[in-house]
Design a protein around this ligand. Sequence first.
Ligand SMILES: Cc1ncc(COP(=O)(O)O)c(C=O)c1O
Length: 403
Amino acid sequence: MDMSLGTQIRADFPFFERHRDFAYLDNACMSIRPRPVLEAMTHYYEDLSGCAGRSNHRLAQAVTEKIDEVRGSVQRFIHAKKASEIVFTRNTTEGINLVANSLGLVKGDVVVISDKEHNSNLVPWLYLRDRVGIELRVMKTSRTNEYVADNFESLLDEKVKLVSVVQTSNLDGVSFPVEEMVQKAHEIGSLVLVDAAQSIPHGGIDVSKLNVDFAVFSGHKMMGPTGTGVLYGKYKWLDAFSGFMVGGDTVERTSYENFTLLPPPEKFEAGLQDYAGIIGLGAAIDYLEQIGLKQIREYELGLNQLLTESLEDQSRIQLIGPTDYRLRGSIYSFYVDGGDSHQIALMLDQAAKIMVRSGQHCVHSWFEGRGIAGSVRASLYAYTTEEEVIRFCSELKKILTVI
Ligand SMILES: Cc1ncc(COP(=O)(O)O)c(C=O)c1O
């Protein structure tokens, strides 16, 4: 494996030119953007600045064309059948809320999630439980946070209307076998939503092969702008939805008495959109495709191997998830008996400008359920270098001698 990808592409990121001494290892929270993404956004503001789908002048037409182009890029990128199955959102959270509020779930309907969902894929369902009376079933994972087929199957019956699970966990980088889960869910007539926020940036997704009904992700974790996201939905479901946030640009016509909604995806994209952001997201997709998702994935595994093996002899480190780095993708998450995760993160930053995430990573339920206060999470990406991983390991070892 060529371990030079990180150093090869560094020059594409103005952020690293400004902060040469930073070791940014908080990529599961937020990624850094390459120059083409920043330039695409600036191009919108400096050269276009119009709105899409409304005015008829040349600027508006140019923006409309650009947005259509990006929709086509997303469709190709995730292997959707139609561009109209791609709805632009602000983030993963909005996509899940849109589905939760459009499915028309009623009292007694069941939604199945896993025991390691991000709050974004837990709270919307708890909300519906409290407001509507749906039942929420939680699939237990193994001691090492992995999928257990029996635990999943035992929750499935005809009352289940939706299985909503994370593809790759932000807690530990472990992935679920989504294709197998989709098959089982479909056998009992349930739909499946996949939270792909952490999987798409590091390996992509093929929604057609997985046969998922919905997939959601955020631009900011895949080198795209903040405030951008995507909801993929099979056209027949999006078409059947009655709309969630409605208003300008979601309607074909209105009168004082009634309105007719546009077909998907427009009926879900209410109000003026983040055109600069969407255009930037398109540039991020082009950039990721240019490097190659397979190459990114393999490179990150190489880095995680280095990280995992360097810390193997540290008996105070309690690794979250399996010890095999190949099962944890780009994440190394751990806690230290007798050590505070926030204090460790602060010491890493203050002593060596190493940025990691600490705490419960919006997976409070998992930590509360196990009585663990929080973890330190180092998360890698294509531009992470071996030098940064080595620096992280050696600083952490120093910290472990003083806390
Ligand atoms: C697995 C997972 N799901 C959902 C989210 C929420 O993403 P956003 O805040 O962009 O909506 C995150 C963000 O960390 C995540 O890691």
